[in-house]
Design a protein around this ligand. Structure first.
Ligand SMILES: CC(C)(COP(=O)(O)OP(=O)(O)OC[C@H]1O[C@@H](n2cnc3c(N)ncnc32)[C@H](O)[C@@H]1OP(=O)(O)O)[C@@H](O)C(=O)NCCC(=O)NCCS
Length: 139
């Protein structure tokens, strides 16, 4: 069984490094504002297997660096983390959640209702598109 918990910021770095930028140093995956974010980890058999980081500004949230260890991808862990994150944002009464999505992961996000914006860019060898999800808009 996999369990999602809020985690200390520095615990995200190893997973981000292995899953997202293994060719870079671990310093590369540290964010300047990591200690201002809220971080979630998914544990499988008590071991950290995936992470995601949330940064809130007013009622808008940006999530960054969703990452699942390569050996454990494709088993529903990313989905479980995203569902937890979206529920958390609803409880926080955020109105919008957005991310810089790697284009090759775009369809992953559309499964949760995210839609593409027209904002795209390339960085660190990856193509990105900004995607967003409107939340708490139901009447
Ligand atoms: C993207 C990532 C977080 C997805 O996590 P995961 O645990 O492998 O995904 P899940 O097993 O929960 O997949 C859930 C669903 O999304 C689909 N999916 C997973 N990765 C996908 C991708 N890259 N593109 C499109 N669909 C994807 C799965 O097929 C599954 O579909 P289903 O529910 O219809 O069966 C993970 O693969 C990862 O860490 N990749 C490397 C880092 C990365 O790209 N991070 C995102 C940066 S924007």
């Amino acid at each position: 069984m996999a369990v999602v918990e809020q985690i200390f910021p520095a615990l995200t770095w190893r997973i981000r490094h292995i899953a997202m930028y293994p060719a870079h140093s671990i310093e590369f995956v540290k964010l300047a504002n990591d200690f201002e974010g809220i971080h979630f980890g998914i544990y499988v058999d008590y071991e950290l297997a995936g992470v995601v980081s949330l940064f809130m500004q007013g009622d808008i949230g940006q999530f960054r660096k969703l990452a699942v260890l390569p050996d454990l991808q494709g088993k529903g862990l990313g989905k479980q983390l995203m569902e937890y994150l979206i529920d958390f944002c609803k409880l926080q009464k955020l109105t919008k959640l957005w991310c810089n999505a790697r284009v090759n992961a775009k369809e992953f996000y559309t499964k949760f209702g995210f839609h593409e914006t027209d904002k795209t860019y390339t960085a660190d060898g990856f193509d990105f598109v900004i995607m967003e999800l409107l939340i708490n808009h139901e009447k």
